[in-house]
Every structure is written in C-alpha cells, then in structure tokens.
Write a protein of this length. Structure first.
Length: 568
C-alpha cells in the first residue's frame, strides 16, 4: 500500500506531501495535548497574500511620499506663510465714523470712548429734539462668541446715517501683533492705518428744528392731532432749513440697543414714531392744490385774471340717471363774486369746481388737464433723492378709478372733488414744499438736499414753461390770504408771507381733517418755501397748521431773524 501511495505522489510531479494526505489510524496516533496546541502543524503563508500585502505597503509609501513632496516642495511657501500667520495675528483698527453737524457747526452726532468695547468708538447723538428721524441711527461692529468680527463696520440704519453711510463710515485699518509659542506679545505694528469717515455739515438749523418740533408736539397733545410736519426749503438751492416730523423715536436708544423695553415701545406705538411723515407720509392735500389748478386754468385760457364767477355757496348738478335728483357740491361759505386772486385768497371751492370741471357757461379744464398741471409741479412723482422717500402719492384720474373701484366710471363730481384736492388725492409734505418753491421762484422745480452747500442736485432742476405773469397772479392771491384771508394768522410785521391753507376731510364720516398751511417768504423776493401739516385732528378744531406756523415765525423773528430778511 505504501508503494501505491509513493507512486501516486510521484505522479503529482513530486509535490510536497501535505499533512492531511498521510493516513493515520488509532494505533499510531501520537500522544499530543491538543488543548496546549501540541502536534498542530502551521501552514505556510500563501504567495498571493505576500504579493497583496507588499503591494499595499508600496501604495501607502507612494501616497506618503507624494504628500511629503506636496507639503515641502509644491506648496511649501504657502504653508510656510500660513505657519507664520499663526504667530502673526492680524487685528482690525476701527475707523471713527464721520461727525455730523448742522449748518452752524452745532454737533448732532459724534464719537466718544466706548465704555463697553475698547476696539471701536461709541456713537453719541445730540439731545436736541426733532432730529432723530432726520439723523437715523447705527448698528455697531459685532463679533461672535469666539471673538471674531462678523460685522466689521458701523452700519447706518435710517436717515442721514443710512443714506450717507459710505461717506461717514471710513475704512478700517490693520494691526499686526507678533506672539511667541506661549502667546506672549513680542511686537506690534500698524500695517494699514485706518481712514476716518467724512464729516457732514447738514443744511438744517437745529435751533429752528427743535423749536418747530416742540410747538407741533405741544399743539398735537393739547388739541388732539395724531402727528405733524414742518418743512422749510430754500427756493433756489433746495437746501432744507428745517424738516420736522412728530412724533419721533430716539436715535440714542436704537443705536445703544440695550433698552429693549423702550425699543419695543417705539416699534409698537400706534402713533408710528418710526415713520418720517415729512418724506414718507401720504396725506390728502385739500385746498393747497388750488393754485396749481389756477395756473392750469390760466394757461388753458378758460379764465383770465379778470374773469369773475358769481358764487352762492354751492352748485347743483342734475343727476343724468334721475331727472328728479340733483347732486349738490357745497362751498365752505358763500364768497359772492370772485376772480382768480380772490378765489385763492378766500379758498373758494365753487370757483375751482367750475374752472376745474366746468358749470353752466363756465368751461373747465377737465380731469386730464388737472392731472397734467399738478404733475408739472412734482405731484405723482418721486422726489429726485431717495433720502426724501420713494412715495409718489396719487393723482386721481379715470384709469385710477377704474382700477381702484372695480370698473366704476369717472363722473363729473370726481373732477370737482379732485380740483379742490379731495377724492383720492395723496401727497407727501416734501412734494408740497417743493411745488410751492416752484411757485415762489417762477417755475423752477428744484431738487431738495439735506447737505449744506451741496450743488450737485441743482443739475436736476426742471423749468416749468408757464408765463411769468401767471405766477404773479398766484402770488397776488397768496399774499392777501396771509393778510386778510384764510391764512390771516400769518399777518405778522417781521416778514411778509404769501400763504395758502387747506383743510382736507378724511374718511366717509369726515369727522377728522388734515390741516395745512403752505407758502413762501419774503413775499417780494422769496427765499424760502414752507409747509406745515397737522395730521388727523377733529374737524371742530379752530386751531391747526396756521396756528403752528404763526408760532414758528414768531420764534424765528426773535431768534433767527436772518432767515426772514430779504436777500439783497
């Protein structure tokens, strides 16, 4: 049997005999202790395994070699620089924000040492009343919990701080601090010095600003008005001398951000102190629209300066759908026989019903021309600078009515009401003062500016092509209005004022009104236009915008008379 086995093995090309190929029986089993691994034969490692492991080591070696080459040679300079920066720390040097002055170099916003963070300055605002909505407020640079700044600049949020942020903010600098392995500072040097922001000199006089605000506030509280506005603008340069909105918020409170209760109070106040009524408030204008309709009537030749309309306190229009009914359009009183000057002086509604929409033998200019002429003076358009708001208001017309009132057609009564500044008419106070400046300067529609000495906006001046004589007629009506007419409260000895008042009824019940007084001064050589609005007072009030205007002019007479004098 052994020979057979041997012969079989030789047939396998003399391969090595595997242990399992040896036949054993119970008689020749050796006495091994299997639990102690005695008698067990080790198998040799297969060749394929050696090849696989060897290849794996080669690949790992190649990868490590490549990484070493990449770190030391290919990107050696990059990582060396990064390593250097690990001990050279770059630190921001915050620039100081530009200081804001009024036209007389009175400080309105400036910088102080910051009690909370020594890295950047603390923004401080004047406690002068009436300037917060004008100035706005800022957000400070902010850092995360690790101490890294994610907002590296002051951020203007509203008013001057926002719209002139680029000029005010400046450019931050960089400081390099060298530290050793223990974090100890070895040296410091400034790599890039900071560039402080530009200072701004505003065109406003903060004395008038504060006093006008206090007068409006007191009047509103005493007589129940919801808010108020006062604007005075140079009729030639567009510089804003005063721009007051009441109520106002507190720039310091919003910039500090620490008094959450006060901030929340401003945000939820029903009186809307965050609304800049002077630039963004929309109001029914009422009779202050009449001078612009008058210019249209003169230019369209439906009346002359001598045309007299006999009024009786109202007009009646036949209802075209019911011959037994008439619609009555009332005046606020019977003015008798009036020409165009008298109609402006006494603010005759009937006169403007007739020259606006026509009545009997008197031809009117119609709604399309009413719209044409009021738009000439900037109503229904944005004021050129976004600082003064983006609201365009509403000039009613048939297309607007179709869209607003579900296809309802335009009627003659709508023209009558539009001619006296009612119906859907809406304007902003800045539009009003700009339009009256154009009446004062004989048709130059200037763009307002809040920066003293700024002439850049004058390139936007538009000339309204109407005869100078027509403007003289309007002047001749507005001056008597302040002497003996609806604005008689402004008949003061210190300055001759040309004025126009308006009482705009609100809502269906007409229980509340907006009270307007607008105009320009001095009368013979106009320097400034003005607009004063007292918002949403009860219609029974005998006190309104004319009362507020009178107090402002009385105060200016004794404290800032230089603005009331005629320019030589």
């Amino acid at each position: 049997m052994f020979r057979k086995i041997k012969k079989k093995l030789f047939k396998r090309n003399r391969q090595e005999i595997a242990p399992d190929e040896i036949f054993l029986d119970s008689s020749n089993l050796p006495d091994f202790n299997r639990d102690q691994f005695e008698g067990r034969l080790e198998k040799p490692i297969a060749g394929r395994t050696l090849i696989f492991v060897g290849t794996l080591f080669i690949i790992v070696g190649v990868i490590f070699s490549y990484r070493i080459w990449n770190l030391q040679i290919a990107q050696g300079k990059v990582f060396a620089k990064r390593s250097e920066n690990n001990r050279l720390r770059h630190t921001l040097i915050f620039s100081d924000r530009g200081v804001i002055f009024d036209r007389n170099e009175e400080l309105l916003a400036w910088n102080e040492d910051n009690p909370h963070d020594s890295d950047f300055s603390f923004r401080r605002y004047s406690t002068t009343t009436g300037i917060s909505n004008l100035l706005g407020y800022i957000k400070y640079p902010s850092k995360d919990s690790a101490g890294f700044y994610y907002r590296e600049d002051y951020e203007g949020v509203d008013g001057v701080e926002k719209f002139f942020n680029e000029q005010l903010k400046g450019e931050n600098g960089i400081k390099i601090t060298e530290t050793n392995a223990f974090g100890k500072v070895e040296s410091q040097s400034v790599m890039e010095p900071p560039q402080n922001g530009e200072n701004l000199r505003l065109s406003i006089d903060s004395r008038i600003q504060s006093q006008a605000y206090n007068i409006i506030r007191q009047t509103a509280l005493e007589y129940g008005f919801a808010g108020g506005v006062a604007i005075i603008m140079d009729v030639e340069t567009g510089e804003i001398l005063t721009q007051v909105t009441y109520p106002e918020y507190d720039s310091q409170v919003f910039s500090d951000g620490s008094d959450r209760a006060k901030i929340q109070g401003f945000l939820t106040d029903q009186a809307k102190p965050l609304l800049d009524r002077a630039t963004s408030g929309l109001y029914v204008p009422g009779s202050i629209i009449k001078p612009f309709v008058a210019l249209g009537a003169l230019n369209e030749r439906v009346v002359t300066a001598d045309t007299v309309i006999h009024t009786t306190g109202s007009i009646s229009v036949q209802n075209p759908y019911n011959p037994d009914e008439k619609t009555i359009f009332r005046d606020w009183k019977n003015h008798g026989s009036v020409d165009i000057r008298k109609a402006i002086e006494q603010s005759s509604d009937v006169y403007f019903y007739e020259v606006g929409g026509g009545f009997g033998n008197q031809k009117g200019i119609g709604i399309s021309n009413i719209e044409k002429y009021v738009r000439m003076f900037g109503f229904g358009h944005e004021v050129d600078s976004p600082f003064f708001g983006l609201n365009v208001g509403v000039v009613p017309n048939p297309e607007w009515k179709l869209k607003t009132f579900n296809g309802d057609a335009w009627r003659l009564g709508n023209t009558y009401h539009t001619a006296i500044g009612q119906y859907g008419f809406q304007v902003t106070p800045i539009q009003v003062v700009r339009a009256y400046a154009a009446i004062a300067n004989y048709g130059k529609l200037v763009s307002p500016t809040i920066i003293a000495g700024d002439t850049s906006m004058q390139k936007n001046t538009k000339q309204i092509e109407l005869p100078k004589y027509y403007f003289d007629i309007i002047h001749d009506g507005m001056r008597p209005a302040a002497v003996q007419g609806t604005a008689v409260a402004l008949n003061i000895p210190s300055v001759q004022i040309a004025a126009k008042t308006g009482t705009a009824e609100l809502g269906i019940s007409k229980e509340y009104v907006n009270s307007w007084t607008t105009g320009f001064f001095p009368y013979k050589k106009p320097r400034y236009a003005f607009a004063v609005l007292m918002e949403k007072g009860h219609r029974s009030n005998l006190v309104g915008a004319a009362y507020v205007s009178r107090q402002i002019f009385d105060w200016m007479t004794y404290n800032t008379p230089e603005y009331l004098e005629e320019k030589q």
